[in-house]
Design a protein around this ligand. Sequence first.
Ligand SMILES: *[C@@H]1O[C@H](CO)[C@@H](O)[C@H](O)[C@H]1NC(C)=O
Ligand SMILES: *[C@@H]1O[C@H](CO)[C@@H](O)[C@H](O)[C@H]1NC(C)=O
Ligand SMILES: *[C@@H]1O[C@H](CO)[C@@H](O)[C@H](O)[C@H]1NC(C)=O
Ligand SMILES: *[C@@H]1O[C@H](CO)[C@@H](O)[C@H](O)[C@H]1NC(C)=O
Ligand SMILES: *[C@@H]1O[C@H](CO)[C@@H](O)[C@H](O)[C@H]1NC(C)=O
Length: 504
Amino acid sequence: MVRLLHPFTSLLPLASALALALALGPTTAWAYNNGLARTPQRGWNTWNSYGCSISEDVILDAAQAIVDEGLDRLGYEYVIIDDCWQGARRDNDTGIIPADAVRFPNGLRHVVERIHALGLKAGIYSSAGTMTCGRRIGSLDHETTDANAWAADGFDYLKYDNCFNQGRSGTPDLSHARYDAMSKALNQTGRPILYSMCNWGEDAPWLFATEIANSWRMSGDIYPSFDRDDDRCPCTDITQCKLHGYHCSIAKILEFAAPLGQKAYPGAWNDLDMLEVGNTGLSLDESLVHFSMWAMLKSPLILGNDVTAMTNQTRAIIANTHVLALSDDPTGSPAIRLWKKPVSSSSSSSSSSGGNVQLWKMPLDNGTYAVAAVNLSPEAHTLSIDFDDVFYDEHLENDDAAQRSWDAFDLWSGVDFHTFDPTPAPYDRIRLDASPFSRSIPNITVPRHGIRLLKLAQAGTRGMGMSKDEMQRRDLERKANVRMGRAREWMAGRQERRLDARGL
Ligand SMILES: *[C@@H]1O[C@H](CO)[C@@H](O)[C@H](O)[C@H]1NC(C)=O
Ligand SMILES: *[C@@H]1O[C@H](CO)[C@@H](O)[C@H](O)[C@H]1NC(C)=O
Ligand SMILES: *[C@@H]1O[C@H](CO)[C@@H](O)[C@H](O)[C@H]1NC(C)=O
Ligand SMILES: *[C@@H]1O[C@H](CO)[C@@H](O)[C@H](O)[C@H]1NC(C)=O
Ligand SMILES: *[C@@H]1O[C@H](CO)[C@@H](O)[C@H](O)[C@H]1NC(C)=O
């Protein structure tokens, strides 16, 4: 049997096909058309550290710290006020939700102006329900009033929750209608406002949110635990989930996110929820899995720690520009999981089931790649990263990537987690000693609850990958090979047909 060769363009992952389309034409409108979040948004949100205990001071202190720490220069630009900013009732005359006069004695506009004066952008929160999750006034059926008020105050971002939605959910149509109402109201303000949907993955937002929002939450709320199962986050398969809940662990959200990368692209991202890096509950290795994989999956990177009191370790994690570059890569295609393998624990006394190890891969600019080996088991494991696995898709696309040799760079190896050095380690210092590799990268040890995050670049290109000319040359060569393959198939087919005709 002759296997049909596909024209390789038909096998491009959706995200890279769309990225290509976006690169080709500025008028192409695949995503919510406000021009924002071409790469996943970064910033800081009050909730994970402060919950309802927010005030003007808390927010402005955090904004100042973001600038003092240089986080703004790393792209952490949105300062987002989460729930509990609201006063008790809408204004009788204007219908506007006022700010809580005790927490925000100078009003919201003053806070926004101060945030803008620092060169940052300001975010606000509400719910597509009658009340917010903290039982404050919600925005359902008041979308135009509220969007106009936020635009007038100068807000640049809306996080829009899903509590108290009056049962107006349960089908994608119902959820779409509720979230689209705000989408349209934001658009009609004329102010570009990043629209971050927070409906916890209910009614499969990855199927309907791409044209109405810049990002959508795809699971119940995160909490700072690496892999502790909690019945309040009861689902195992997000595509079948009926109760999204909260207290979802890092490992569980990662599992939920694995199949969803195919639905995201520039301007339309899966949101794996805010970061817990720097909060109590995660070890260093666990934090590296969390941060790296949120970057690999192109989740928004919204800090949730107290940025006014950071340790050097937290700084070193959130400021690793090699990892941030994965999130910013223009290819805009989230990582896919190549495999997940259960592992058994070697200690017989262990009550743990052993967990698993996983291999993830993401295509990057210039024909480079990021590869992540993630160990969700309680013991270190040594594995081999096989290029036939890594370059499976490329093989289908008639690209000989698995045959080439690759330099591998360990994106966390140059980081000293005790002292903070904002300068990224140069590539020649983080290159794995045995580079370049062909066929596989053997002997990669991944710590328990840990990650090895590698960048692969064609051997000898000092981590930068191929030039545009070289990429183009290879593309043409591949296309020619596809044509030749087709011609060979046709010839072979003709031979068969002849033999058939002769009854052989
Ligand atoms: C509103 O939507 C239109 C049509 O998609 C788009 O051209 C425009 O840029 C949007 N405006 C804002 C402020 O998002
Ligand atoms: C607004 O309306 C509420 C109830 O209708 C009333 O209790 C309150 O006094 C009014 N406030 C103002 C400022 O008129
Ligand atoms: C943090 O790093 C700086 C150098 O970047 C160092 O001077 C300082 O002592 C470190 N702090 C701690 C607590 O180790
Ligand atoms: C595997 O790597 C470790 C260091 O990570 C090294 O000590 C060991 O010798 C290596 N083993 C092989 C077979 O290469
Ligand atoms: C791709 O190459 C260009 C220069 O040709 C460089 O500016 C860019 O940073 C490279 N991208 C990556 C991901 O290394």
